[in-house]
Design a protein around this ligand. Structure first.
Ligand code: RBF
Length: 180
């Protein structure tokens, strides 16, 4: 792919991802600092069409923009980036354009990695962030695990439905171009 096209696509997807992050809303009142938003789907889509590296660039630009223009909360943004990375990298690496079975395996591993990894990270971060005891954090843990499992399950389902169409739009003449 030509470099200019790749840079343009990264820019467009990062901008789209940044805008849809404004949709964010909590799923469980007990952990209302955890907010669902569909922005990671844009990063996963470009990871499927191009590479996990391109996905991580989109994720990083989206989080930097959201930090500057909306949240101002470095901990929340870092946690959002960590969750997105834990999900996108294994999912896209396992899929690697190798068919439906690998794709589904990718989602299962990605959801598990993000849910497990974020459970551990929250155990470390939440006591400092909310100034609550470790035992109180453990009471929140089922909600934290449930939030991440639901978030990345939704992202997986949407990505599974649309990623082939998105690839068709972004690379309509890929085969022709290869012969040039
Ligand atoms: N986002 C996730 O997707 N998974 C998490 O486990 C997660 N943990 C967070 C923990 C704390 C203390 C904070 C402040 C944010 C966390 N976030 C997490 C990010 C949050 O859902 C939201 O995207 C950001 O706070 C930006 O509004």
């Amino acid at each position: 792919m030509k470099n200019a096209k790749k840079v343009a696509i990264i820019g467009v997807f990062a901008a789209l991802s940044f805008v849809v992050m404004y949709i964010e809303f909590p799923i469980f009142p007990a952990v209302n600092f955890l907010k669902y938003d569909p922005s990671d789907i844009l990063a996963l889509l470009v990871s499927f069409v191009y590479s996990p590296t391109v996905g991580l660039i989109v994720l990083a630009i989206k989080d930097i923009l959201f930090f500057i223009f909306k949240s101002g909360d470095i901990v929340g943004i870092a946690m959002n980036f960590a969750a997105g990375t834990l999900f996108i990298v294994p999912t896209a690496m396992i899929y690697a354009n190798k068919g439906r079975v690998r794709e589904i395996l990718g989602y299962i591993v990605g959801i598990t990695a993000a849910t497990g990894g974020m459970a551990l990270l929250n155990i470390v971060v939440v006591p400092y962030y909310w100034k609550i005891s470790l035992s109180d954090v453990f009471k929140l843990l089922p909600w934290i695990i449930g939030f991440n499992a639901i978030k990345f399950f939704i992202d997986s389902v949407v990505n599974a439905i649309i990623h082939k169409k998105v690839k068709g739009i972004l690379e309509p003449d890929e085969n022709i171009r290869r012969e040039e």
